[in-house]
Design a protein. Structure first.
Length: 105
């Protein structure tokens, strides 16, 4: 990063200066406090939601090393997206009867 480590401290100081300027300037004060109020609402909603259903559960699927308990079944990863390449369609089986009708063709 350019001007490391000085720019690391200048950027947060700039953010703080903008927030202080918004609090001081009369026209911007309303926007600042409205934004902070909406942030508070979102944080409260997030906290309530996490208190009702703490997902993901940190202990789900984790077992001690060497234990025989494998834990809950794990989902297999999604298959990779196969990109088209020349000759890829030659190995593909023919579509089932009526497939063209389902596609609208």
């Amino acid at each position: 990063m350019w001007l490391f480590p000085y720019l690391t401290w200048v950027v947060p100081a700039g953010f703080a200066a903008v927030l202080v300027a918004m609090a001081v300037i009369g026209d911007q004060c309303t926007q600042l406090f409205t934004s902070l109020g909406s942030l508070a609402v979102v944080l409260v909603a997030y906290t309530v939601r996490r208190a009702r259903d703490p997902w993901p559960r940190p202990d789900a699927g984790i077992s001690a090393p060497g234990s025989s308990d494998a834990g809950p079944a794990r989902l297999s990863p999604a298959p990779a997206l196969a990109l088209s390449r020349p000759g890829a369609d030659a190995a593909r089986p023919p579509p089932p009867p009526g497939a063209a009708r389902l596609r609208g063709g």
